[in-house]
Design a protein around this ligand. Structure first.
Ligand SMILES: [Zn+2]
Length: 195
């Protein structure tokens, strides 16, 4: 057996750390599902620890802006220990793990707050702000706010499957509940489109 070189080992070790945090984010997505919310969850990590965790609450609060990322950001900004008043970019030492690619709204908020880096599970084909619809994180130029890297694919299949589990069940909070009794849970996962 060929001995793995140091660089390969380091990459594998880092991937395990990302998966560990993404599992924490997935627990929040599970919580969202249990509360009949679109199952998206996230954790914000700073200095090897979670500083905020949140999930989607759009149905509960009847507010389309209450995405998991913004829920967590509100907690971070409200905490004086986590956010000193002098901080120009309060998230510059913070990494986000979120089960679905941040939407354009959240991707923009994250950039304005100087997020260090984002890791996500599956792509957001309809609203993705980290490349799927618009590259708000880095390809869109901004004169002031620094760009940030965003990498998908961590627990991607789980992230897709939990969304499907939500969409095949009745969403009683939807304005016009759709008839979903005939829907079947699909289990094949489409390949990631390389960009
Ligand atoms: Zn969002």
């Amino acid at each position: 057996m060929v001995e793995k070189d140091e660089q390969t080992k380091a990459i594998e070790c880092e991937a395990l750390i990302h998966l560990k945090w993404m599992r924490e984010a997935m627990l929040m997505a599970e919580e969202a599902l249990a509360h009949s919310e679109v199952p998206v969850g996230c954790v914000f990590v700073r200095e090897h620890g979670v500083i905020a965790r949140a999930r989607n609450r759009t149905n509960e609060l009847r507010n389309a802006s209450r995405h998991a990322e913004l829920e967590a950001i509100d907690c971070i900004l409200a905490d004086k220990e986590l956010t000193p008043e002098s901080a120009r970019y309060p998230l510059e030492d913070t990494v986000l793990y979120v089960t679905v690619e941040p939407c354009i709204m959240c991707a923009s908020a994250l950039r304005q707050l100087g997020i260090k880096e984002v890791f996500y599970g599956c792509e957001n084909d309809k609203f993705g702000g980290c490349g799927s619809v618009l590259g708000v994180n880095e390809s869109v130029r901004h004169p002031v706010h620094p760009s940030y890297p965003a990498t998908g694919g961590y627990l991607r299949e789980e992230a897709i499957m939990i969304l499907r589990r939500f969409y095949v069940t009745e969403n009683t909070n939807a304005p016009v509940p759709k008839q979903k009794s005939t829907r079947v849970l699909k289990t094949e996962i489409p390949p990631k489109i390389q960009t």
